[in-house]
Design a binder for this molecule. Structure first.
Ligand code: THG
Length: 369
């Protein structure tokens, strides 16, 4: 495949960390929320093994915050998500499907409750701010909607706990999964959550103060030497093995949360008011016609830039592969596929064409590990 450079511009926003990761050897970028998101630092497989054993610092500033504040802020946030936030607590993060009036996925962010009347929606790659503004205007809600200058640094990997403890003290290791709190560094308070787009454990630092944030960036690398710290980025192998979904790749506006396997985050039986509730009640009652599943494929390489059609043994079209990668753990290609009813049962045999060759595969549950 021919390689191209990304032509940078104001529109494809850089992050406060761009110059640092460029001197540290970033080798590929993708674009996410109109911003640079590092996609590789050399070998994907080397960084996969490193992530599972040590600690990495990720520039994930492209996970932008949509800030919703004001008297009607809860009303608006709840209007956008099918997850019941009526009993949500300040200092907690919530993984929430955002859906439209048809129940179609708009985004799958992490929502942080900062105050009773102040929320951050930490978005995946779609323009949630425009959707939020349209809803606020149409429903005459008394809210303020902005994109604050927050640039997340993720600290991921099993040694992230030791590294963060060294800098912030024991208290940070006592934080529960998806909790957040404020920790001081270089005279500023930084919001730090126990979260991140890997299943290897770690934290996300929501940097609001760029100057001390950059000092913290350097400190993480200095103090991290003894833990073999490296710069990294969301890892395609690790995130597929862990079943972490990627909006725009695995799921989009044509899919509802049930089809995406996000049933856990749908509360149709509570009395909350959200867009698309009637539609989700229908899907819940009548069932769905397609479902996101894992697939294991007998191949040692794959590169996905568009969906790849999936067939059964009789050449009937049964679905499409949306993400895929070679997994050293399974010694084959693993992927995330949308499969039509009734072909989504685990163990179902599939056929798929990779690099001009028909290969066999099997349907399995998500996550893989
Ligand atoms: N962190 C922050 N913002 C983000 C992401 C993130 N915005 C974009 C993108 N990632 C949003 N998508 C996801 C997908 C999965 C998870 C988080 C964000 C996730 N899921 C856990 C799981 O599936 O096991 C936990 C969900 C739960 O049980 O609450 O972590 O990574 N700030």
């Amino acid at each position: 495949m021919k390689k191209f450079n990304i032509a940078k511009s104001r529109r494809l926003r850089s992050t406060p960390y761009s110059s640092r990761i460029e001197s540290q050897g970033v080798t590929a970028y993708t674009i996410y929320n109109h911003m640079l998101l590092p996609a590789a630092f050399g070998s994907l497989e080397d960084l996969y093994h490193h992530l599972k054993e040590h600690v990495q610092i990720w520039d994930v500033a492209a996970e932008r915050q949509v800030e919703i504040s004001g008297p009607d802020s809860y009303k608006l946030v709840q209007l956008m998500t099918c997850r019941d936030l009526s009993k949500s607590k300040i200092g907690r993060c919530y993984y929430c499907p955002i859906i439209d009036d048809n129940g179609g996925m708009i985004n799958d962010p992490v929502i942080l409750k900062l105050k009773e009347d102040k929320w951050w929606i930490s978005i995946a790659d779609s323009d949630v701010i425009l959707f939020a503004k349209g809803l606020a205007i149409g429903n005459k809600l008394n809210v303020k909607i902005t994109e604050p200058n927050v640039n997340i640094l993720a600290v991921q990997g099993p040694k992230s706990f030791k590294l963060m403890e060294k800098i912030f003290g024991k208290k940070i290791t006592e934080m529960k999964f998806f909790g957040f709190d404020y920790f001081e560094f270089a005279g500023d308070k930084h919001l730090i959550a126990r979260s991140g787009w890997s299943k290897q454990g770690g934290y996300e630092i929501y940097v609001e103060h760029t100057k001390s944030g950059l000092q913290l960036y350097d400190k993480l690398f200095d103090e991290g030497k003894e833990f073999n710290v490296k710069p990294g980025c969301p890892n395609l192998i690790e995130r597929i093995e862990s079943g972490l979904l990627s909006y725009g790749n695995d799921i989009d506006n044509e899919d509802n949360p049930y089809e995406c396997g996000l049933d856990k985050y749908v509360n149709v039986n509570s009395d909350i008011n959200f867009l698309g509730k009637d539609k989700l009640i229908q899907y819940n009652k009548n069932g769905i016609k397609k479902k996101l599943m894992g697939v294991k494929i007998e191949s040692d390489s794959i590169s996905i830039t568009e969906t790849i059609e999936i067939y059964d043994n009789n050449e009937n079209h049964i679905g499409e592969l949306r993400s895929g990668v070679y997994s050293p753990h399974f010694n084959k290609v693993i992927g995330i596929a949308m499969l039509k009813k009734p072909n989504w049962d685990t163990g179902t045999k599939i056929k798929i064409n990779i690099n001009g060759k028909s290969v066999n595969g099997t349907v399995c549950d998500l996550p893989f590990i």
